[in-house]
Design a protein around this ligand. Structure first.
Ligand code: G3H
Length: 540
């Protein structure tokens, strides 16, 4: 992007296409608690878009609305509502048949789809996601719900039979854990919140969810669907500052599962606040610094394409993004030429503009932080190798390729989570291998090359360091049926469509010694269909 284009990238408000314009700020005062949408009359948090608008001679981040800054009192009301709905496992929701619960989730998905346009528009404005990526996030979430329902049907079918072993009759099913607190990240505020919320719910837990700081308003169009689709108190929302609303929830000791996608620093604080740590289950998606290792015999064009996608999709703001590239010294110059060229061709602009790949960054002061990382590398001997790399206009930064990056630079180990791509060169494969081994993180790695023997040699140790080794492919979470997790500081627990059903439940069983009397009791319960657990009903 040239300096000239960069300087004029932010539109005047009246130049924004009508269907994407936010005519007046959305003042969200509602929150969902105990089956009712309540009105908040207290202080509000302004929601500033990463998208700036040109007003006269100035450029300012657009104020798109505000949302409630709830207090400890509302947070504890939500907790009371969730605890009442769960009622120690005796509530209508946790004791409901799987088939009925599926019906409620289907009803929600139906209503959710009606809100697609509003949610997609807010994804663009709140977090600067491009229109195709915002649509993909919405559609992927709806697909995830459908796949979750199918996976649960399969699980339930397998569980709807008795096992007879060593003279004991048993029926084994998965049962809910209690009250789940779900907190998603700003980069996938809808999808990653729902990949924990939906499985937690469908398995019979009661849920409190807090949207991330950025990406709050987009949940508002779904509040009525939540209210109407689930029994009272089964879904509750809280908004506001984490310390004020989340601290009291954790300190109460009444949260059974923490499902949190964010930083390990915050996850540690939350976990430590819980007074009964061994009772708390945690499902955590945390930081990552996934490396791309480019071997000397790689197909350069293909590798450049995958590395560009892997490092810079959604401005590099994906936990799975390639956050450092190790390139063999024999090809590093050729790689850098092609890679810089590909990066410079990425189109920057507004999320709704056709073909745009790089957009403004939503986190406060993000361009300043990224500039500091680049400056740190430059003072230690690295340089910006692409044209216009690192040029900033308010919330926008042109993607920067920085080379050669070494262990003394912050970019070598810090998770930049933005459009900056550090490249290190290596002579001996042990250099990137040691990097992966010594890293605090252990999510994924990408290997680019064609030497089958060498790739095989690398796969075996790498699978014991990370949780997914990608061959000639960028790192990514999907398909959502694949397990998604990490070692070390990158994750706790595994998420996939079917794994998520497991992490929010525990196996529990009904067992009886095989006597005539017990056989009679079990047979009678099953025939009369008077228990929802002890049942051979089969979902068709
Ligand atoms: O931010 C982390 C996401 O889980 C990554 O998902 O690889 O589909 O972009 P993705």
């Amino acid at each position: 992007m040239t300096d000239e284009l960069l300087a004029s990238m932010f539109p005047a408000d009246d130049a924004i296409p009508d269907n994407y314009r936010i005519a007046s700020p959305i003042e969200q005062r509602q929150y969902l608690c105990d089956g009712a949408i309540k009105e908040w009359s207290g202080p509000q948090q302004d929601a500033l878009s990463p998208i700036c608008v040109a007003i006269d001679d100035t450029v300012q981040q657009k104020l798109i609305g505000s949302y409630p800054l709830l207090t400890e009192q509302q947070a504890l009301e939500a907790l009371d509502a969730a605890c009442r709905a769960y009622d120690y496992g005796r509530g209508a929701w946790p004791t409901m048949s799987v088939e009925e619960r599926i019906g409620h989730v289907e009803a929600f998905a139906y209503r959710m789809k009606e809100q697609r346009d509003d949610v997609v528009k807010l994804l663009m404005w709140e977090i600067g996601k491009t229109l195709p990526d915002a649509e993909k996030e919405f559609d992927r979430t709806v697909d995830y719900i459908r796949d979750t329902i199918d996976a649960l049907k399969d699980l339930d079918r397998v569980s709807s039979r008795f096992v007879i072993e060593q003279g004991v009759i048993g029926q084994i099913r998965r049962a809910p854990l209690g009250v789940v607190l779900c907190m998603g990240p700003f980069n996938y505020p809808l999808n990653e919140t729902f990949t924990t919320l939906i499985p937690a719910l469908i398995m019979g837990n009661a849920v409190i969810f807090k949207p991330p700081k950025l990406g709050v308003l987009l949940h508002q169009p779904l509040l009525e669907a939540f209210r109407d689709s689930f029994p009272r108190g089964v879904v509750n929302t809280v908004y506001g500052e984490g310390q004020k609303v989340i601290g009291p929830l954790m300190k109460s000791g009444r949260i059974d599962v923490l499902a949190f996608i964010g930083s390990s620093r915050v996850a540690d604080i939350l976990k430590q606040q819980h007074p009964k740590p061994h009772r708390l289950r945690c499902v955590l998606g945390l930081e990552a610094k996934n490396a791309g290792i480019v071997l000397r015999d790689t197909d350069l064009d293909h590798t450049v394409k995958e590395c560009t996608l892997g490092a810079l999709s959604y401005n590099g703001q994906r936990c799975t993004a390639l956050k450092i590239l190790f390139v063999h010294e024999e090809i590093v110059d050729a790689f850098i030429t092609k890679f810089s060229d590909a990066v410079d061709k990425l189109k920057g602009g507004m999320p709704w503009d056709a073909g745009v790949q790089i957009t403004p960054l939503p986190e406060p002061n993000k361009t300043k932080y990224l500039t500091e990382l680049i400056d740190d590398a430059r003072t230690k001997g690295a340089r910006l190798v692409n044209e216009n790399g690192g040029t900033v206009n308010h919330t926008f930064m042109s993607p920067a390729v920085v080379y050669p990056v070494g262990p003394d630079m912050r970019l070598y180990s810090e998770e930049q989570f933005g459009p900056v791509v550090p490249i290190a060169k290596f002579t001996d494969i042990e250099e990137p291998m040691n990097y992966v081994t010594q890293s605090d993180y252990g999510q994924q790695v990408s290997l680019f090359g064609s030497d089958t023997e060498l790739i095989a040699d690398l796969i075996d140790p790498l699978v014991n360091q990370v949780c997914r080794v990608n061959i000639n492919s960028q790192c990514q979470r999907g398909p959502d049926t694949f397990p998604f997790t990490g070692r070390k500081d990158s994750a706790e627990g595994t998420l996939s469509v079917s794994d998520a059903l497991r992490v929010f439940t525990i196996r529990t069983l009904v067992a009886a010694k095989e006597t005539d009397a017990n056989r009679g009791i079990i047979k009678s319960i099953v025939t009369k269909r008077i228990s929802r657990f002890l049942s051979t009903d089969f979902i068709l």
